[in-house]
Design a protein around this ligand. Structure first.
Ligand code: T4K
Length: 411
């Protein structure tokens, strides 16, 4: 509902914006508001960049950030790139993947696009309803003679079934890589995510736990692969006037690396803030029938960057109804990853029956909503969001009828 379509307030109606009350928030509360580190430190770095007139091409700040990330993850190589999608594209190409590659459909569309962009067919496997990550059994069912690899996605920063996927890849002679876009700062037991498979790719997009405005990183222990990736992300240059490989321009600029270093300095504070927000949401939603907050397994370290709620069949309102209620209150909840990559183009046209093979993905796509968190969201905001949700659920029949009327009026 747009603000111009604000309905008239009804006397005696629940205290909700869909009934014409003032929204709970004057300004929109977004999922993915950037976390921004110490401004003075960033500006000092920016001045240094300008003073030295070294703006990109593996400058001082890119080198420093690569070395700090490699150390944090516990790998030998980190190659910073212009964004996570380009990182995936480069890695897929460097590993010489072809034919078919198995991926989840419950992911951001970039995971599949990075394959399709190179005319490799993404084959969608189903997920485990408990972790929201690839189900190894479904992966096995999707393997054909044309399969060359598996891309696991650590959805919400929760680790994939790494051991089982590694065993499948080994047995079937497939390359295993991970889209770790959500998983910076997360671990699998004692070992950091980023250190598994052939290599892993982080995203440092503005909306991610740690941002470099736009950016990403490929991390690996494989020296040969790292060497190839370094050439590939810089046109194949191996020195002045010497191109020895086909490449593109996937480099990160100095200003992005300066932002990354600044944000890395405050990474632990951001994770602590996210964890506190996660706890606050947990308190708000505990005991509400049908609402389940996705938790982090205590055996692994989470970064808590996403607050993910599944709205089950027993809830008094559906996920979509709750999202409508929240949007009216200026809480811009997101339906990640609705409707599922298999239902987006071109995949929907290529594989019109894919949904029949992905029952758990289908269910989750209809149930998940992601709520605002990060350093821009306070405990008070979360209490207010909880209040809105409880008020809406308590008045579910009236809310449902009201939403129907509003939909009919705007049709
Ligand atoms: N693999 C996975 C599993 C991923 O989730 C992603 C990215 C990738 C690969 C690819 O990595 P990158 O190539 O992006 O590095 C967002 C992000 O654009 C995308 O990076 C992210 N995943 C995805 C989950 O979410 P959108 O289109 O849903 O949201 P967007 O960009 O409109 O931002 C969300 C909200 O955040 C906005 O409504 C407002 C707020 N926002 C956004 C920006 C950019 C701000 O407040 N400030 C900002 O600067 O995709």
């Amino acid at each position: 509902m747009k603000p111009s379509e604000k309905p008239q307030s009804e006397p005696g109606a629940p205290d909700l914006a869909v009934f014409g009350r003032s929204p709970a928030f004057a300004d929109a509360l977004h999922v993915g508001r950037p976390n921004i580190g110490d401004r003075d430190r960033f500006l000092a770095r920016l001045n240094d960049i300008l003073d030295r007139r070294w703006l990109t091409n593996h400058g001082k700040y890119v080198i420093e950030l690569e070395s700090r990330i490699a150390e944090l993850i516990g790998v030998r190589h980190c190659i910073l790139v212009s964004n996570g999608t380009v990182g995936l594209e480069l890695l897929i190409r460097a590993l010489d993947l072809r034919g078919e590659v198995i991926v989840p459909a419950f992911t951001f569309v970039a995971t599949a696009h990075a394959l399709q962009w190179q005319e490799i067919t993404p084959v969608f496997a189903d997920i485990d309803s408990a972790t929201h990550c690839l189900d190894p059994e479904s992966v096995e069912h999707m393997i054909t003679p044309r399969t060359t690899g598996i891309i696991g996605v650590h959805v919400w920063g929760r680790p994939c079934a790494i051991e089982r996927l590694t065993a499948i890849a080994r047995e079937r002679n497939l390359k295993l890589l991970f889209d770790a876009a959500h998983a910076f700062g997360c671990s699998y037991g004692e070992r950091m995510l980023g250190s598994f498979g052939e290599a892993e790719v982080f995203s440092f997009h503005a909306t991610k736990l740690m941002n470099t405005f736009e950016g990403g990183a490929i991390v690996t222990d494989n020296d040969q692969l790292a060497g190839k990736l370094r050439l590939m992300h810089n046109f194949g240059f191996a020195g002045y006037d010497r191109v020895i490989y086909v490449g593109t321009n996937g480099k990160m600029s100095e200003v992005c690396a300066a932002m990354g270093l600044t944000n890395l300095d405050s990474l632990e504070d951001v994770i602590r803030c996210n964890e506190a927000n996660h706890r606050a949401y947990r308190e708000q939603f505990s005991g509400i029938r049908g609402l389940e907050l996705a938790l982090h397994d205590e055996r692994h370290r989470g970064n808590y960057q996403y607050v993910v709620i599944t709205v089950g069949g027993e809830a008094a309102l559906t996920r979509d109804e709750l999202v409508e209620v929240l949007h009216a209150e200026n809480v811009i909840a997101r339906r990640y990853f609705y409707p599922g990559v298999h239902r987006m183009e071109p995949y929907r046209s290529y594989f019109p029956h894919a949904h029949l093979l992905l029952p758990r993905t289908e269910r989750l796509c209809a149930q998940v909503m992601v709520l605002p968190t990060g350093t821009a969201v306070s405990a008070e905001d979360i209490a207010r969001i909880g209040g809105v949700m409880r008020a809406a659920l308590a008045a579910a029949p009236a809310v449902r009828a009201r939403l129907k009327t509003l939909r009919e009026q705007s049709a």
